[in-house]
Design a protein around this ligand. Structure first.
Ligand code: FES
Length: 125
């Protein structure tokens, strides 16, 4: 049994992961970022932005179940929101949507949030 099997994820986190919600790429994105977290795993975020509103969001990651669930959750939450609204979304919002994460996996939600923030910074440059 590997360590992932020993961790308890909520049904919602497992569903996001299994259905690969919002996993993928966007051709010619308005914003893109790639970020490697302290654990060594990487996330890529693709955003389509029209008139300051995120109309589509997709991600890919080399990370774990928690990173995949966090990316799915965050990409779902930001669609239809303005950049200003999106920047107010916190790690706690992701955790709340997921029904929590194992404590040793909180940093995987941070990976998603930081990757999103870097995509927005890239868009504004
Ligand atoms: Fe690296 Fe979860 S352990 S993303």
């Amino acid at each position: 049994m590997n360590i992932e099997d020993e961790l308890k994820y909520s049904d919602k986190a497992k569903e996001y992961d299994e259905k690969r919600i919002n996993v993928g790429r966007i051709e010619k994105p308005s914003a893109y970022s790639i970020f490697t977290g302290p654990c060594g795993d990487t996330m890529e975020m693709y955003l389509k932005i029209e008139s300051g509103v995120i109309t589509d969001a997709k991600f890919q990651t080399t990370g774990c179940t928690a990173a995949r669930a966090s990316g799915s959750s965050l990409a779902k939450m930001i669609k239809g929101k303005t950049l200003i609204q999106v920047e107010k979304i916190s790690i706690e919002d992701i955790l709340s949507d997921l029904g929590g994460l194992p404590p040793m996996k909180i940093h995987c939600a941070c990976l998603a949030k930081t990757t999103l923030q870097k995509a927005i910074e890239q868009y504004r440059k």
